[in-house]
Design a protein around this ligand. Structure first.
Ligand code: AMP
Ligand code: MG
Length: 398
């Protein structure tokens, strides 16, 4: 049986990269950047005035001049004027520095009388003050963004400032989510005492959405070989990624692995030495589609989705993988089986600046209502059975 690390590695190396496509900048937020973004111009593109006030020659101020005839007014967006020596130009924030000037005195430190700007007696100016020098942030052609970033509103500012209206990002993969099980009844339909509400499908769709992969269509299938063959076959033809839940354990109606094999999906692994989620099945379809068959147990399904499916989608989308995150275990945990334990936790930080992962008890392995109070889960090494409070552990946030 594979370890969790081997299973993760095996999934990531089986993924085919999704192609990039041109995306309007208005639709690019949250998508993964697939090109370099370079500066269209120097930033700032000219010596930019940083205060409302007057522009003057520092040499005049240094000689002791404090009264400057106002030669003109120049606002942001106006072409730079040329300053006459001994005079000043009324200037606004964002304007291009007038030629022959090299000092801005803020409006708060002057008074204006009869076309003269008079600087407060106690004011001391410096050469070059309140001037944001051309190219001091970056020069034309500089690399501003690199491929592999998930685009945020802050990046949108950079993309727009580079003059781009569209940009290469990863195309959205086609994802199909399938819940299997005769006992399952979706919300909105009447339900008998021996039946179970279908919750994995909507939860998996929501988790995909939360990670930037919306539009995962969902279908519920009964445990019938004929139906599974027909419907999974159709979904495979249409999808880049198929995510099933249920039907991968050792029960008589657990047909999913056999049906996938019939459909030409090559098994990469079945079972991982972990709890929850041990029965996880993963394979690749005839066109390289990734096929995840998650255990039906709702806690297992969600942990496996977060631990394997989301990183697989991120890797195939060209996302630069995030660095691992660590937390300090907030209480002792004992876990006897020779399996990696994925322990749901609440994440808190204390006044010492430590990140604490507080284990949240679940009633049974299927108690998914307890998950609502959690922020993620920690990964507790297979080789150990007792983990004392304070142990540093891998933290995975939902
Ligand atoms: P299975 O992996 O098919 O043996 O299912 C394991 C357990 O998870 C059973 O109690 C199922 O009823 C339950 N289960 C399977 N699929 C779902 C689902 N989509 N929503 C909620 N519970 C499920
Ligand atoms: Mg089942």
């Amino acid at each position: 049986m594979l370890t969790t690390a081997e299973a993760r590695e095996s999934v990531l190396s089986s993924m085919q990269t999704f192609a990039p496509e041109k995306t309007p900048v208005a639709a690019a937020n949250g998508r993964i950047l697939r090109q370099t973004v370079r500066a269209e111009r120097d930033q700032p593109p000219f010596d930019r005035v940083m205060m409302d006030g007057i522009a003057l020659r520092f040499a005049d101020f240094e000689k002791g001049v404090r009264r400057f005839p106002i030669q003109a007014m120049q606002a942001a967006g106006d072409e730079a004027l040329t300053l006459q020596s001994g005079e000043c130009i009324e200037i606004m924030t964002g304007a291009s520095l007038p030629r022959n000037s090299d000092c801005i005195v803020p409006v708060e430190r002057i008074s204006v009388e009869d076309g003269l700007a008079v600087i407060d007696e106690d004011y001391s100016a410096e050469s070059g003050q309140f001037i944001h020098a051309r190219a001091s942030d970056h020069a034309i052609g500089s690399e501003l963004l690199t491929p592999g970033e998930r685009i945020t509103p802050l990046d949108i500012a950079i993309i727009a400032s580079a003059g781009l209206t569209e940009i290469e990002t990863t195309r959205k993969p086609v994802i199909r989510v399938i819940s299997t099980g005769n006992e399952l009844v979706p919300a909105g339909r009447s339900i008998a005492p021996h039946q179970i509400r279908l919750s994995n499908g909507p939860a998996i769709q929501a988790m995909l959405d939360a990670h930037g992969y919306a539009d995962g269509d969902h279908e519920h299938l009964v445990d019938d070989l004929e139906v599974l063959r027909e419907r999974i076959g159709r979904h495979l033809d249409a999808a880049d990624v198929v995510i099933l839940s249920g039907g991968v354990s050792m029960g008589k109606a657990d047909y999913v692995p056999a049906v996938l094999a019939e459909l030409g999906v090559n098994v990469v692994f079945h079972k991982v030495s972990q709890r929850p989620g041990k029965p996880l099945w993963f394979g690749t379809g005839p066109q390289g589609q990734a096929v995840f068959a998650l255990p039906g147990n709702p806690v297992s399904a969600l942990v496996c989705c977060r631990h394997y499916v989301i990183p697989a989608l991120d890797a195939a989308s060209g996302l630069t993988m995030p660095l691992p995150e660590f937390a300090s275990l907030g209480a002792d945990v004992r876990f006897e089986p020779d399996l990696t334990c994925f322990q749901p936790v609440r994440v808190l930080s204390n006044a010492a600046g430590q990140v604490l992962a507080i284990p949240v008890k679940t009633n049974t392995s299927g108690d998914f209502t307890a998950l609502s109070a959690t922020d993620g889960y920690v990964e507790l090494a297979k080789e150990q059975s007792f983990f004392s409070a304070g142990t540093p552990v891998f933290l995975h946030r939902w």
